[in-house]
Write a new protein. Structure first.
Length: 205
């Protein structure tokens, strides 16, 4: 049975990683998988807005009915405030749109470590890899996944949240693997009990 296609919001740092987004869309063009709702850098003026107002603008105007957030993670991703806003928004239920599943794709310009949620994802990412039980200690995660946005690390540390991390090379030339991982993220979205208590990032640093 074919895997259901899902509406995907691609979160990424436009200045550094636009080529990867373009390659992702081009590779999956025939699958009609992605709807591009990405917010352009500095498109939202957050002056005087509360965190709740920012979240609602992103969700209701840009993310709309997207059900999975795909985070393209490079060297400077974690420093960008608009990416933190998008991740934060994906973790909420709104009046019209439920919270989203999240899939992280490591870009080649960082030291990469993959996380598979379940045996089927281990097979997708590479059966030859020696997989070990994930250490959920937050300080360990901050050390071993120092390139990740802190909001992602906070939630990976939770036992009631599943977020997979896959290397770009795994999915770059195999759209079927990407589709399966997106489908898995979609199926986990309702059971993920995200921690979105951290305040929104206000600066790019």
């Amino acid at each position: 049975m074919p895997v259901q296609k899902h509406k995907v919001f691609i979160s990424y740092y436009h200045e550094d990683d636009q080529d990867f987004k373009n390659a992702l869309l081009e590779a999956n063009e025939d699958f009609n998988l992605f709807d591009d709702y990405s917010v352009h850098e500095d498109e939202i003026n957050d002056e005087g807005l509360t965190s709740e107002q920012i979240r609602r603008i992103i969700r209701d105007k840009y993310m709309q009915e997207a059900t999975v957030l795909v985070l393209l993670c490079g060297q400077n991703t974690k420093r960008r405030k608009h990416i933190d806003w998008e991740i934060h928004t994906a973790m909420y239920d709104s009046d019209t749109n439920p919270k989203m599943g999240i899939l992280v794709i490591n870009l080649p310009n960082i030291n990469q470590s993959m996380i598979a949620c379940g045996n089927n994802e281990e097979q997708i990412m590479g059966s030859q890899i020696h997989w070990t039980t994930l250490n959920k200690d937050k300080s360990y995660l901050q050390s071993h996944y120092s390139y990740l946005p802190n909001r992602i690390i906070t939630n990976i540390a939770r036992d009631d949240v599943s977020i997979s991390i896959v290397d770009w090379d795994v999915i770059a030339n195999d759209a079927n693997k990407l589709i399966e991982l997106v489908d898995n993220a979609f199926n986990r979205r309702k059971t993920n009990n995200y921690d979105h208590s951290e305040p929104l990032r206000k600066n790019n640093n």
